[in-house]
Ligand binder design. Structure first.
Ligand SMILES: [Ca+2]
Length: 536
């Protein structure tokens, strides 16, 4: 059954190809058996994308993250508007994002009856979907994708990340924020003001400040022993301690790997000098009582409670939380000035930075079996155009936003007060290739927070890039890397607490070697070299 279908699809593809070869220019070329709808409408990047009546496409993608919101409903005006402008009816199959991978992976594994456009369950890091030839190489159709082509030319990092090991580009991305609203250090500004201290800029100033928090009655309850100077967690899922201090030692403990000025790849947890210095420093904090014993199990709820009791002086968390969670714990907070306020990354021997995030958050492909392939390519291209991005970010004029006298925009009262309504309208729709906008995030936050964040966004460094792995590479990586990282994390806890002496650091390094860390670094170097080549 499946074979027969594939055979028909292949014949159809061939017949289209040959009619293109003989220069068949007749408009809306009729398809064999009326199944394939190919049109020759001249799409140049703006709507509509076709002049055919009743043009229809199928899309398999994720529904809203809000369980009560259904983006296939008529309330989703933003999505309806994209379809209307494009001149296309979309037959949506939208699946709950929490079960998306489980639902869609088997569909992709079977490879039959797929929609024209598919949102992938992951970023295809091991190129498995590319290998199975389920998706069309989009770069071969860039004549139908002028918006996407221009976007990639303007964003070489994203282009390099999307370039597969065979040199083709298969996917159109959902794009997230990279330098804004990252996890940052946050200070209890009341405590700093009481001590007449500025926010620290380097490790020495930072330690001096922590000791002052430890030794003074910062919360004024008459007890100098109930202050917890710093509340920073380090767990498997939140490597906050590592993100906070790694860059001051020239390390990227967040992604593990980083590349130096000469283009050489390093694994941070196997660096003989810098990583040892980092561990020594954190062990020192622990010994001084500046880092608590429970740092591996500390939760955001506990940290929030500490701020509510004015008991702690520093944390490290997503920027968002400074005005949305921590500052409002103080009864005197009125939104004008922050109380828990983000500060610059700490410098040490190396200049401090916050490590940015990779831009690609999700990917869409056009299936090779699609019977509406050129329509699908054009729709995906139009759906990522500036015109549509504007719809995704702001929605519909006079419903979700208004244009001010100075031409800036504001969300309406309705949009600001009723998030579920805004989500139902289809703001940042996960079923289309939207780009997160700094501007539209800023308008949701108080002025002081926006000012702090805009400043901190200038103090970032590039993350380890997203790079496709070949299947050979991923099999070596999966064989060794998880064990290596688990061992490194366990040993970090042991060195920091002093359970393992720093004298044993060299034996830690040689154990990493027996665990094939050099093979891993070699693969990462090859991957980085591919990425660097795709950047050119
Ligand atoms: Ca006290």
């Amino acid at each position: 059954m499946r074979k027969a279908k594939l055979f028909i699809a292949m014949t159809l593809t061939l017949s289209i190809a040959s009619s293109a070869l003989i220069g068949c220019g007749s408009k809306g070329a009729e398809s064999t058996k009326g199944e394939v709808v190919e049109d020759t409408y001249n799409y140049t990047g703006s709507a509509p994308i076709t002049d055919q009546e009743g043009a229809t496409l199928s899309i398999l993608a994720s529904n809203s993250w809000y369980s009560t919101v259904d983006l296939t409903s008529d309330d989703a005006s933003i999505i309806k508007e994209v379809e209307k402008r494009a001149g296309v009816n979309v037959d949506w199959t939208l699946i709950d994002p929490t079960t998306y991978t489980d639902a869609v992976s088997p569909m992709l594994a079977s490879g039959s009856d797929l929609a024209d456009i598919v949102f992938l369950p992951d970023l295809d890091p091991n190129s498995s979907y590319i290998k199975s030839a389920l998706f069309e190489p989009l770069d071969e159709h860039f004549d139908l994708m002028p918006n996407f082509k221009a976007y990639l030319d303007a964003n070489p990092n994203i282009k390099a990340s999307l370039t597969a090991t065979d040199g083709h580009i298969y996917y159109v991305p959902i794009v997230g924020l990279t330098d804004n609203y990252l996890p940052v250090i946050m200070y209890n500004q009341k405590w700093l003001d009481q001590l007449n201290m500025e926010q620290p800029k380097n490790l020495d100033e930072f330690v001096t400040m922590l000791k002052a928090f430890r030794d003074n009655d910062m919360n004024g309850d008459g007890d100098t022993t109930d202050e917890i100077p710093m509340s920073v967690t380090s767990s498997e899922t939140a490597k906050n301690l590592q993100m906070m201090f790694g860059p001051a030692f020239g390390l990227n403990l967040q992604d593990g790997f980083y590349v130096d000025d000469k283009g050489t790849v390093h694994y941070s947890y196997a660096e003989s000098e810098n990583y040892k210095n980092y561990l020594n420093f954190i062990h020192g904090l622990y010994e001084e009582g500046l880092l608590e014993m429970e740092y591996t199990s500390l939760t955001r709820d506990q940290i929030t409670e500490r701020f509510a009791q004015n008991k702690t002086g520093v944390t490290f968390d997503y920027s968002w939380q400074m005005s949305q969670l921590y500052s409002p714990q103080f009864p005197e907070y009125d939104g004008t000035n922050g109380i828990v306020v983000g500060g610059a990354p700490l410098s040490g021997e190396y200049e401090g930075s916050y490590i940015g995030l990779n831009a690609v958050k999700g990917i869409f492909g056009v299936t090779t079996d699609s019977k509406n392939q050129s329509l699908a390519l054009k729709f995906l291209d139009y759906a990522m155009s500036e015109e549509c991005q504007d719809l995704y970010v702001w929605g519909i004029e006079n419903e979700s936003f208004t244009v001010n006298a100075d031409n800036t925009r504001s969300f309406t009262e309705k949009a600001l007060s009723d998030n579920l309504w805004l989500q139902a309208l289809g703001i940042n729709p996960p079923c289309l290739p939207y780009h997160n906008s700094v501007e539209a995030t800023n308008v949701l936050l108080p002025r002081w927070h926006v000012d702090v964040d805009s400043n901190l966004a200038t103090m970032t460094s590039a993350p380890w890039p997203q790079i496709y792995a070949t299947q050979e590479e991923s099999s070596v990586l999966s064989q060794y890397l998880v064990d290596i990282q688990t061992y490194a994390d366990q040993m970090a806890v042991a060195f920091i607490s002093g359970n393992t002496s720093m004298d044993d650091f060299d034996s830690y390094l040689s154990t990493l070697k027996t665990m094939h860390v050099d093979d891993i670094i070699k693969i990462k170097q090859e991957q980085y070299d591919r990425y660097a080549a795709a950047l050119k």
